[in-house]
Design a protein around this ligand. Structure first.
Ligand SMILES: NC(=O)c1ccc[n+]([C@@H]2O[C@H](COP(=O)([O-])OP(=O)(O)OC[C@H]3O[C@@H](n4cnc5c(N)ncnc54)[C@H](OP(=O)(O)O)[C@@H]3O)[C@@H](O)[C@H]2O)c1
Length: 181
């Protein structure tokens, strides 16, 4: 199984646009293209409820559903029923339950699309981070992760590539660091 997380942040590390921007307009064309190539890559894509709602607002959930199997995290019983999982406050347990839905998940490709709680649920399983930093300040909302857990990001992951586009968007790819020995 490969678990890949994809996120776009402002330069001050937030996942939502400054309040004057709406619905993803602050993210670059290149970031949107990368998102769709990731959705095409995966078997299952995991979304938070608000993220999924935003996709539904502009009918992009249909495109996602045509490319992979979407799962939506929620404590809402109707949604949870739709997902077919019982949700739990134990993140490892939640992820195991999610994976338990796949009859054979060893070869599966899983994409984690956020937001912050969704990344936290899947965090210790994530093999790769694809992080886009847009040249936008005064972001809003949460950071894509807090680093107060057992696994400090910079120790757990190695930077594999960083590329800047002509318009100033930076693409970074981190992979889980190989353990010594
Ligand atoms: N820039 C980016 O790359 C990016 C990516 C994704 C999202 N975002 C932004 O992040 C913000 C939050 O997004 P979000 O709400 O979709 O995701 P989130 O922060 O992961 O929200 C929490 C999600 O987890 C569910 N949840 C909470 N506790 C749970 C539990 N114990 N078991 C199962 N599910 C549980 C919630 O559903 P219920 O509330 O129904 O319980 C909700 O769907 C949005 O403003 C979105 O725009 C940005």
């Amino acid at each position: 199984m490969t678990v890949r997380a994809v996120v776009c942040t402002t330069m001050d590390g937030k996942m939502d646009a400054p309040l004057s921007w709406r619905y993803g307009g602050w993210t670059s064309r290149e970031d949107k293209d990368r998102f769709w190539s990731m959705v095409s890559w995966c078997d299952v894509a995991i979304f938070g409820r608000l993220t999924w709602r935003d996709l539904m607002r502009i009918d992009l959930h249909l495109k996602v559903s045509a490319l992979c199997e979407p799962w939506v995290m929620s404590r809402d019983h109707n949604l949870a029923k739709l997902n077919g999982i019982e949700v739990t406050h134990d993140t490892l347990q939640t992820f195991r339950l999610l994976m338990g839905r796949l009859p054979d998940y060893a070869d599966r490709k899983i994409l984690v699309c956020g937001g912050a709680s969704t990344y936290a649920f899947c965090r210790t399983w994530i093999d790769e981070w694809y992080i886009t930093v847009e040249p936008v300040m005064s972001g809003h909302g949460q950071s894509f992760m807090s680093d107060d857990g057992e696994e400090p990001f910079m120790e757990a992951f190695d930077l594999c590539s960083a590329v800047k586009t002509p318009t100033g968007t930076i693409f970074m790819n981190y992979r889980r660091a190989k353990k010594d020995g």
